[in-house]
Design a binder for this molecule. Structure first.
Ligand code: OSB
Ligand code: MG
Length: 369
């Protein structure tokens, strides 16, 4: 495959409801859809899963576009690419900037899979026909409001409920949900809001039999998480701290976590996601696919990845209607009974709908050199 042209589609999409985490509130998303076009005219799509603020990690939509235009696209355009698995290493001359790299790398997987008449899942070796889906719920005004949300999502069939927590909105919220729903698969995500000084406080969560607590401590830590895991019965899951296969290896070796949330953007693409998946499988560490409030393009990639066998815990890939009044892909991503069927179509399995895209488009840039 040789990339002849890259089109950057800058879009601004409004979330159907604001989403609040320990680091802030998101109301809409400015993202860049990366379309690579090969010499035979086949298009592949990727998405920068960023927002405009560097609060989850250091990247923003602006920085991803800068890195893509200045360094990443120039490195690959007009070069022979034998297989998308080569792209990760070709982009390693740039330090970090994993979300920017992943937007381009995933687009190349899509184009290559389409050229081969395969889905990305097939190309990666994924065999699942359907994936189980969970719902990530932002921080709510009160425990009572949260309980009503959980009631609604549990009734819709979601296989896992994830509740965002932060200091001042944690034990009471989880206590209220557990009291009402003693048996649901429940977990909490702190997005790095605590320190080891909070260990006794976090220990109070043990009584609620959570599936896991996600990223309780610093975004760049794997040492304190290992210490915390020794004191907690609740399994620790890492999100922000894992950027690579090497990070995963070290975290497993140290006992920093029992579960890993794999996000394609955070680890720099599908190749590294698959390698982390395989390593975790060898060590009996279950994985699940996280979400970044993506449009249909990013979520389609999440679905393809989740077809791999060790994604045994429901991911955060809720259907389109949970984020957007109208998604940009067709068909929209839908859920039946808590599962999404892995599409049998080629590539990402969904089509970008150019009419819908036009409604949220801010501008496009064509890059040919
Ligand atoms: O930590 O998993 C997270 C959204 C934005 C940034 C970070 C996270 C999240 C979510 C939402 O939890 C997952 C989703 O529904 O896409
Ligand atoms: Mg998280």
């Amino acid at each position: 495959l040789t990339i002849k042209e890259v089109v950057l589609h800058h879009v601004n999409v409004e979330l159907i409801a604001p989403f609040t985490t320990s680091f802030g509130t998101m109301e809409n998303k400015d993202v860049c859809l990366v379309e690579v076009i090969d010499e035979s005219g086949i298009s592949g799509w990727g998405e920068t899963v960023t927002s405009n603020e560097p609060y989850y990690n250091e990247e923003t939509t602006f920085t991803t576009v800068y890195m893509l235009k200045e360094f990443l696209i120039p490195r690959l355009i007009h070069q022979q690419i034998n297989h998308p698995a080569e792209v990760h290493d070709m982009l390693q001359f740039v330090r970090r900037n994993n979300i920017a790299k992943a937007a381009l790398e995933t687009a190349i997987w899509d184009a290559f899979a389409k050229k081969n008449n395969q889905s990305i899942a097939e190309l990666l070796g994924g065999t699942k026909k359907e994936i189980e889906v969970g719902k990530s719920i932002g921080i709510q005004q009160s425990p009572a409001v949260l309980v009503e949300k959980v009631r609604q999502y549990a009734a819709e069939g979601f296989r896992k409920i994830k509740v965002k927590i932060k200091p001042g909105a944690d034990i009471d919220y989880i206590d209220a949900v557990r009291a009402e729903f003693p048996d649901i698969a429940l977990m909490a995500d702190a997005n790095s809001a605590y320190t080891l000084a909070d260990a006794d406080h976090l220990k109070k969560l043990d009584q609620y039999k959570l599936l896991m607590i996600e990223q309780p401590l610093a975004h760049d830590d794997i040492i304190d998480h290992a210490t915390l895991q020794k004191t907690l019965e609740t399994p620790v899951c890492l999100d922000e701290s894992i950027h690579s296969l090497e990070d995963a290896r070290k975290a497993i070796e140290l006992g920093s976590c029992q579960i890993i949330n794999i996000k394609i953007g955070r680890v720099g693409g599908l190749y590294e996601s698959k390698r982390i998946h395989d390593l975790c499988a060898e060590h009996n560490i279950p994985v699940w696919c996280g979400g970044m409030l993506e449009t249909g393009v990013g979520r389609a990639h999440n679905i393809q990845l989740t077809a791999l066998h060790n994604f045994t815990i429901p991911g955060d890939t809720a259907p389109s209607s949970h984020y957007w009044s109208e998604d940009i892909v067709t068909p929209e991503i839908t859920m039946n009974n808590g599962v999404i069927y892995v599409p049998s179509e080629i590539g990402i399995g969904y089509e970008v709908d150019h009419e819908k895209l036009a409604k949220v488009l801010v501008r496009t840039e064509k890059i040919t050199t």
